[in-house]
Design a protein around this ligand. Sequence first.
Ligand code: MRU
Length: 365
Amino acid sequence: MKVDGVPMRTIWPAGDGPGQGVEIIDQTRLPHRLTTVRLMDIGQAAHAIRAMLVRGAPLIGATAAYGVALEMARDPSDAALAAAVEQLGATRPTAINLMWALERMRAKLARAAPGDRAEIAWAEAAALCDEDVEINQAIGRAALPLIEAIAEAKGGAPVNILTHCNAGWLATVDWGTATAPIYMAHDAGIPLHVWVDETRPRLQGAALTAWELGRHGVPHAVIPDNSGGHLMRRGEVDICFVGTDRTTANGDVCNKIGTYLKALAAADNGVPFYVCLPSPTIDFTLASGDEIPIEERAPEEVTHIPGVTPEGVETTVRITPEGAPARNHGFDVTPARLVTGLATERGLVAATKEALAAAFPERAG
Ligand code: MRU
């Protein structure tokens, strides 16, 4: 997408080969600073994922793929390949795109002679990134008619869309999943407005979604996480679009903590609740969302909050009594029955076992 008119991705190779590393946007500095970081080895790639310099299920997978490629340039042996998959696979537990990308790299490289692996890995990581962009564009095309239909029914009044966390281009290589139809509708001249859940505690909505929508000129307002139900009851939300970190074979959707509450409110108020789902995020090996490992992060993410002073100094302050205990579950599961539909690269799909298997038979096995 464009940042102040300049096209940008979240991850890109710094040169023609692994020697010059991989550039990423450091998302821990947004929205206050747009800075890039160069990853030169697998350790730096693993750190970028674990410390959330990169985050969002598809981008985690893309970074892991480049992490393997950087390691293959250093040591293309079978042992190094196995260790790379293990090291990167341990960085974050919930987003299945990580495991998907690592398995794709492992399978491709295991078939190649060690002497060819560096070149093949570099090309495969780039291909995976390009495919992510194509998938997200297809998701956008699949969900765009939903916005168009609401716009027509509202006779030109803005379509109000609610989104949670950041499932925007910053969470992917480009376009985003939940934001792809939003950008397409906005670019087509459809009046719309996005309610951006702030998304405590890491504030991916307030910091990242608001930043990228603003940079692209999409009208939006940041709201506290607990406002969604109120807005839905007042008829001020026409449709919800969220992303997902893992969707199981039965259509249960794991996404950023707080998604479930929005789905409940949407169901109670008859607001369509769509999940934008790239196929690498489907985990056909799990029967239901109950089986998904839910990441629990540091309590300091709850007890402390980052910001910037009027002088432009980035700082973090404590908002709880000193020593107050806190819990920090990163994700929740929205049962399939609360999901109106899944917007995939193969079109709109019902959140059911049968529909998912029919749409992706080669994955369902
Ligand atoms: O903890 P994060 O920031 O990696 O969580 C991101 C989300 O939950 C996104 O909504 C999800 O990955 C979908 S991104 C297209």
